[in-house]
Design a protein around this ligand. Structure first.
Ligand SMILES: [Zn+2]
Length: 288
């Protein structure tokens, strides 16, 4: 039934190309729009053990969700941005203040024109977090503290905050979880969400968790709800993971996602993973 509906949607949609006039007349807008994907693109970058996800919206706007560990800024993020001629990020989101997520963000803020920073309101007194916070301040940016239920229209896509808390003792559980509803599909970016967060999300959002593409929570940690993969019911489950001493990804977790019919992708085995949604059709492939 779903397949039938998808075919109808595709057949009835008119593809609107990005025209020069819609893309902006000069400056960075042109540079970004020239590289605008056809539809929504989500690049889960290979930053080793950590997360860094670049969301590229249909009109050329961009949102970086986390920046991997410290070395990822200069080694991965900035070279990747150069390769796609990205000089402006409309949004930088720090899901939570752990070093494997915010480590490279200071380099990003110091080298890319960042317009908005989203945080969940939690900080951490570490050199890594303080470097990021100081870079944000030095560039005159005031972080927006987001909360569950916040939503932003980006290029006609709906970016919704499904989680952003300060109430848990564990910073991972408080992290920002985003649902990006766009082009007839949905991408779920889960940060380092834990079993507690996942159960909370299931209770709060139910069927709204269903997403074609999911960045699997917390590098595939065993601290998860076995019910979560079924609730998301993804076509593609992407593990952002590198060499680590935590046993990530836990084999049971990978099996649970696979059991729901999701195709598994891993940055440690396949490098950067690219997800695309265009007119309700979703594809995921390794960059190379
Ligand atoms: Zn992490």
């Amino acid at each position: 039934m779903i397949l039938t509906l998808t075919v109808i949607v595709v057949a009835s949609c008119t593809v609107v190309e990005n025209s020069e006039s819609a893309a902006g007349e000069q400056g960075h807008d042109d540079a970004v729009a020239e590289n605008a994907p056809e539809g929504l693109e989500v690049d889960v970058l290979d930053v080793g053990e950590g997360d860094a996800v670049l969301v590229r919206f249909p009109g050329g706007s961009t949102m970086l969700v986390d920046g991997g560990p410290n070395a990822a800024g200069e080694d991965v993020l900035l070279p990747f941005f150069t390769s796609i001629h990205l000089t402006t990020l409309e949004y930088v989101v720090a899901t939570h203040p752990d070093a494997d997520h915010c480590g490279g963000l200071d380099d990003v803020v110091n080298n890319v024109h960042v317009l908005h920073v989203w945080e969940n309101g939690q900080t951490k007194n570490t050199a890594t977090w303080n470097d990021f916070a100081q870079a944000v301040q030095a560039h005159g940016l005031t972080p927006r503290i987001v909360h569950r239920g916040d939503a932003e229209d980006v290029d006609g896509c709906d970016v919704e905050v499904f989680n952003a808390d300060q109430g848990y003792a564990d910073v991972n559980s408080n992290g920002i979880v985003l649902a990006i509803i766009c082009e007839g599909g949905q991408v779920l970016l889960t940060g380092d969400a834990t079993e507690a967060t996942e159960n909370d999300l299931i209770g709060a959002f139910g069927g709204r968790l269903h997403s074609q593409i999911v960045k699997v929570p917390h590098h595939g940690s065993s601290n998860r709800s076995p019910a979560f993969p079924g609730a998301v019911d993804a076509e593609y489950a992407i593990f952002s993971v590198g060499p680590n001493s935590y046993g990530h990804p836990n084999p049971d977790v990978a099996a649970e996602w696979e059991a729901t019919g999701a195709e598994i992708f891993r940055t440690d085995q396949q490098g950067t993973i690219v997800g695309e949604i265009h007119n309700g059709v979703c594809q995921v492939h390794a960059e190379q």
